[in-house]
Design a protein around this ligand. Structure first.
Ligand code: GDP
Length: 442
């Protein structure tokens, strides 16, 4: 994930600050120098770093901090607040047209992730009960149209195309007409990119903009390109007056500088980020959550939201009832595991937890393998065995191990783990009942 180097450097600085009972002006200055270096190393734009350090310093040497009982934490709080401001203050929602359809035009260099992002956004809108249409205006890159059609088919979203012989401006116009006729409330136009910015491309994009008057012109920027991403953003913004930015590939080993600079340099909000190659790898950009991720304070809110998206609420309630009534079986255990899997790799989830040391994640993949084994073991059991594991004797264990391609030891381990979980739930259910009866007071 992006920002790893930056986060560990900042945390080191913060650790030193927190350890001090009183802060002198020199302490603050030293800390600011370290923050500055960390940001520059993370490839944040030089001017952005300078302004940032100036605003933090101005506040950090003030009376407020010096008189605070926890001056170190106070400085961290200021860094957090200023970082949020730098990233765009608050979430910036999509601009929606009063009269549908809302027209969203995607622009950016080739390979930035435009086409993929068009698919991701369409899926995101669909999940929110919208009816998006994708329009294929990239007639130059071989297979770009096909790529969009394949993505559309995967998520069951229509794709409008007139092949690669029609002018993109005409395709965009016809696409919107098509969307209107079919009751689509969002039309997403995927335009062509080039490997480098060129005038011809810019003119074509300007012509499309003029012809369809989009509600949003979203610039898709590859976060891996570092400083260059900022130049690209400035150039596109200067020519097209974009309405927002989407950063892709934040899952990669990027230093994260682009993410931190792009809003400050263009004055345009980051609306979404791409965090992987899968179509579900899209996140709404929340400056405050991103700031706490960068500062290593975790991202508990994103974690909660992810869980809510993946977990069926009815099922969760049902599960709660089962726990209360001690009816929790291996079937439920399996289902819970499958829901966990929907949330994405365990590694990614754990990284969002504050204070979690990402460097200790080395052998986590094994856990995922173990999860696959657990699943195979439970699936090799009969319904009766899942409902009542106490009937699983030695010969049944042998059969289950063979059926799941595992060993008797693994079956035993799962059964004792499950038994332990059930015991804990029993205690928990007891406590809950006690609380209801007013036995426990706080
Ligand atoms: P376009 O030329 O701008 O339309 O770019 P594409 O959508 O074809 O994407 C270029 C490459 O980047 C493809 O291999 C995508 O799978 C990959 N890609 C796009 N978004 C992401 C992302 O958020 N994370 C990662 N790791 N890869 C991405």
């Amino acid at each position: 994930m992006a920002f790893e180097g930056l986060t560990s450097k900042l945390q080191e600085t913060f650790r030193k600050l927190k350890g001090k009972g009183k802060l002198s002006e020199k302490d603050v200055k030293d800390a600011m120098r370290e923050v500055k270096l960390a940001l520059l190393e993370a490839d944040v734009n030089y001017k952005v770093v300078k302004d940032f350090i100036n605003s933090v310093s101005a506040r950090a040497v003030g009376q407020e901090v010096m008189e605070s009982l926890t001056p170190g934490q106070h400085v961290i709080k200021i860094v957090n607040e200023e970082l949020i401001a730098l990233l765009g203050k608050s979430e910036s929602k999509l601009i929606v047209s009063k009269v549908p359809p809302t027209i969203i035009m995607f622009v950016g260099l080739q390979g930035a992730g435009k086409t993929t992002m068009a698919g991701k956004l369409a899926l995101h809108l669909k999940k929110h009960n919208k009816r998006p249409l994708l329009v294929a205006c990239d007639i130059y890159r071989p297979a770009a149209i096909k790529q969009l059609q394949v993505l559309g088919a995967q998520i069951d979203v229509p794709v409008f195309s007139l092949g690669d012989k029609t002018n993109p401006v005409d395709i965009a116009r016809a696409g919107i007409e098509n969307g209107k006729r079919n009751g689509n409330d969002y039309v997403i136009i995927d335009t062509a990119g080039r490997l480098h910015i060129d005038e011809e491309l810019m003119n074509e994009l300007k012509n499309i903009k003029e012809a369809v008057n989009p509600n949003e012109i979203l610039l898709v920027v590859d976060a891996m390109t570092g400083q260059d991403a900022v130049n690209v953003a400035e150039h596109f913004n200067g020519n097209l007056d974009i309405t927002g930015v989407i950063l892709t590939k934040l899952d990669g080993d990027t230093r994260g500088g682009a993410a931190i600079s792009v809003n400050a340099v263009t004055g345009k909000p980051i609306k979404f980020v791409g965090t992987g190659e899968k179509l579900s790898d899209l996140e709404i950009f929340y400056p405050d959550r991103m700031a706490s991720r960068i500062l290593g304070m975790g991202d508990i809110l994103s974690l909660i939201e992810k869980a809510q998206e993946s977990i069926d609420e009815k099922k969760a309630l049902d599960l709660q009832r089962k726990i209360m009534q001690q009816e929790y079986t291996l079937d439920d255990f399996l289902e819970q595991m499958q829901q966990m899997k929907k949330m994405g790799p365990l590694k990614d989830l754990l990284k969002m937890i504050p204070g979690f040391d990402a460097s200790k994640l080395g052998d986590l993949d094994i856990d995922e393998k173990e999860m696959a084994h657990t699943e195979a073991i439970i699936k090799s059991m009969t319904k009766q065995e899942r409902q009542n594991p106490s009937i699983i004797n030695a010969s049944r264990k042998k059969r289950i191990a063979r059926g799941s391609g595992t060993s008797i030891q693994e079956v035993n381990k799962l059964l004792s783990g499950f038994e332990q979980a059930r015991k804990m739930m029993k205690q928990f259910a007891g406590m809950q009942k006690g609380m209801k009866k007013g036995k426990f007071k706080f």
